[in-house]
Design a protein around this ligand. Structure first.
Ligand SMILES: N[C@@H](CCC(=O)N[C@@H](CS)C(=O)NCC(=O)O)C(=O)O
Length: 220
């Protein structure tokens, strides 16, 4: 079968100035981990809402993933697709594989929601009268999850033995807390994120995403 190079979409101008927070970062990182070259189609905020893009992504967002006749959206589904088709992101053992996939869902469905809720509040609710009252409540919810995750990780390097797509997603989710100070109370989680960021594949993905914003070739 002829191999096709996957094409992903990413922000033409990312609100985080290309610092690895937009969700194409997860997909780039996964592709780098498995050594799969890819192409990137940059889209503006306007283009994301047009029908041509909505045919790929019903919610008018990034990232999307096209490979031959296949078109996917949802960063978690895309990472799972990549992990299932290449070695390196999911263990071969069926039980270990199921546990790694469980961590993928946990990252996106249990840990990301309170973190994302807090991020959105800091971006769009700052001028609301109730902001100062609501922020500590949102941060407490984040701390509950961080405490639980920290207890489970303990002094292990990764969530379930070897690095997996579960760690990849969890690290990208925790990175959303950069600059908030919330991770400081959990040194093992800070070290876990740093461990993810130190991976050569992460660095290549980060440099490629940053290069879109700076307009300079990737240096990572
Ligand atoms: N659950 C989706 C969320 C996608 C998402 O929120 N994408 C953001 C960028 S990180 C986006 O396109 N935002 C622009 C918008 O929603 O208009 C995923 O994981 O792919």
């Amino acid at each position: 079968m002829r191999k096709t190079t996957p094409i992903i979409t990413a922000f033409a101008r990312s609100p985080d100035r290309g610092r690895g927070l937009a969700r194409d970062m997860r997909v780039r990182w996964a592709l780098e981990e498995v050594g799969q070259p890819y192409e990137v189609r940059l889209v503006s905020f306007g283009e994301m809402k047009e029908s041509a893009h909505r045919a790929l992504h019903p919610f008018g967002q990034i990232p999307t993933y096209e490979e031959g006749g296949l078109a996917l959206f949802e960063s978690g589904a895309i990472v799972l697709h990549i992990a299932e088709r290449h070695a390196g992101l999911l263990p071969d053992n069926a039980s270990a594989r199921a546990r790694a996939i469980t961590w993928m869902f946990a990252a996106l469905n249990t840990v990301e929601p309170p973190i994302f809720e807090r991020t959105i509040a800091t971006l769009v609710e700052r001028d609301k009268t109730w902001y100062e009252e609501r922020l500590p409540i949102l941060e407490d919810r984040v701390r509950v999850r961080l405490g639980e995750l920290s207890s489970r990780l303990g002094d292990a390097d990764w969530l379930d033995d070897a690095f997996s797509a579960g760690d990849l997603l969890m690290v990208t989710v925790l990175r959303r807390l950069n600059g908030s100070g919330l991770l400081d109370g959990y040194p093992n989680l800070s070290a876990y994120v740093a461990r993810g960021e130190a991976r050569p594949a992460y660095k290549r993905a980060f440099a490629a995403q940053l290069a879109v914003f700076t307009g300079k070739p990737p240096t990572g």
